[in-house]
Design a binder for this molecule. Sequence first.
Ligand code: IFM
Length: 468
Amino acid sequence: MRRRHVLTLAAAGAVGAGCSAGDPPRRPAASPAPPAGLVFPNGFAWGASTSAYQVEGGATEDGRGPSVWDVFSHQQGRTEDGGTGDVAADHYHRSYEDLDLMRGLGLKSYRFSISWSRVLPTGRGTVNAKGLDFYHRLVDGLLARDITPVATLFHWDTPQALQESGGWASRDCAKWFADYATVVCYSLGDKVQTWLTLNEPKTVVEVGYTAGIHAPGVRDRRVANVVGHHLLLGHGLAVQAFRATGRKGRIGAALNLSPAYPADDSDAARRQATIADGEENRRWLDPVLLGRYPDDWLATQPSDAPVRAAIHDGDLAVIGSKSDLLGVQYYNPTYVTAKGGRVQKHPTSQATWQEIYPQGLHDLLTRIKRDYGDIPLTITENGMPSLQPVDDQDRITFLRDHLTAAHQAIRDGVRLEGYHVWSLLDNFEWAEGYSQRWGIIHVDYTTQQRRRKASADWYQQVIARNGI
Ligand code: IFM
């Protein structure tokens, strides 16, 4: 039985408690008790997320330069259905309609990303004013609707020109990223108060540079780990660049994390789970929040691994520059066998890498507090693809169960400030093209018509009640 059912039954029992013959007469029945539910803290930031390449389209418009994803998605066989982000959800042209949809939902917060090559078409140098203006209009539209903008600086779309100069495999990329952060944070910083540096560096390392099924399609674990270090360095330099602009606000990273559990009771499985935890979580959390790599993770790197040479004196101090908040993205737990293999123990979704285990979100949030202190947390992504185009009851169950787990974490003392469902709109799902629909708003890719799904109606009520 799930926790929320227990709570509901307990509440029903209390209301129905009887009294004995000797009790004083009852007062007339009061109005019915409100339904049992979970109320979130005042000011909880109910939000939704998107990213630039996945929704904007307008790929060559108003001076935007290509990113690695423009190049990659146009190569034969890179995406499931040949899809590209050329048009995506056409948000570049429909942002006002989308802003009104957000207001209709009652969103308090909207997390979007900025396309680096829309602002700096070749990644550095001359600013493309028209590109920057798009984000000014978007942010103005959010503020006019009382929706807090949460801007991510990098959601995987490295400018192609920089890729041709080495991309994240080059240490220079961290510096280029910080220069871009200066431009954007200064320009938008009088309106945007919450910034996220990197989105899911782990995915870039694992999927873009190890498996090679995301841009830029590299399959080299040794290079991948160098890229991981340079991404982290970029994060630290961007935090410093933001502070140097003098703009007010908060900044941190958005990390996809996965609680690691032994698949059985053996000591060997427990040891393997600790190793997996190093790879999945501590390798990212420790540098960003503690300014060091975990010893056991470093020990997994051979003595001639290029990542060892890539870590220069002083880098960890930069990477550990004080973060004001942490974005947490949760999609699945990790179960590890005694031999170090990965197994799934819970149902998956259409995204077969996903494993649906809401309790994992509670475990993850409470663990971050336990091991890294009281840093403010916001869930920057959580969601699932549904095969039910509009009546997506499975997504409602998913969201309700994860919000229940998040609520329990808050009751356990976690400083969780907000929740952003992934995603606001159906969109370009990277290598899966348009074959998976993650939005709470349906997009007809032929007409670009938007239609609220059942989950959007449900989420609107959650926001209105500030609870489930
Ligand atoms: O669509 C992605 C997003 O870009 C990053 N996090 C996971 C989502 C679902 O795969």
